[in-house]
Design a protein around this ligand. Structure first.
Ligand code: SF4
Length: 177
């Protein structure tokens, strides 16, 4: 049973200021770190580091291929990390029973939840958006888990709705034996 006093939220590591991005940088988010950090316990995940891509690393992107949507290297299309990202997502999904929400990094081919640029095999940008390979597995395994990205968190209405859903989800968890 979940503890009454701690609401845990999963989060993309780079949003906390961790230096895990492909270019060795981060995506520190002021609202998350200065407003939410005192109210929640964050559990950070960086799937690209977790599957061994290292920092810095070659950038990757979502590509629509004849074999479906793949996560391929921007400079080296032979680098295909779709399966490792999916497998890591499936593995993490089995460990999320104590989380009441998840804040993902927007537009990431691994962590994005619907705002990820989709490319043709030629590299050309398509007029479509996709979902990250890791986040997709988390959301498929936990369809009721409240999720948002830092871009949506900037919208007060979306933010309030997410936080209300997190609170309700946490209360539900407390009554699950
Ligand atoms: S978006 Fe996800 S994979 Fe990319 S650096 Fe952040 S946590 Fe890592």
């Amino acid at each position: 049973m979940a503890r009454l006093d701690t609401i845990k939220i999963g989060i993309s590591s780079c949003l906390l200021g961790q230096l895990v991005r492909f270019d060795g940088g981060h995506r520190y988010d002021h609202y998350i770190n200065e407003e939410l950090r005192g109210r929640f316990e964050f559990v950070a995940y960086c799937p690209e580091v977790a599957i061994g891509l290292g920092v810095p690393r070659d950038p990757i992107q979502l590509v629509s291929t004849d074999g479906g949507i793949r996560v391929l290297g921007v400079h080296d299309p032979n680098l295909d990390v779709t399966k490792p990202l999916q497998q890591y997502g499936q593995q993490v999904a089995t460990q999320l029973d104590s989380l009441s929400g998840y804040i993902f990094k927007a537009r990431s081919p691994s962590c994005g939840i619907g705002s990820v640029k989709l490319h043709a095999p030629s590299g050309a940008l398509l007029n479509q958006l996709g979902v990250g390979a890791y986040s997709d597995e988390i959301m498929k395994a936990h369809p009721q888990l409240p999720v948002i990205d830092e871009g949506m968190l900037a919208d007060p209405a979306a933010r309030d709705e997410f936080l209300a859903r997190v609170t309700a989800y946490h209360q539900h968890l407390m009554f699950v034996p």
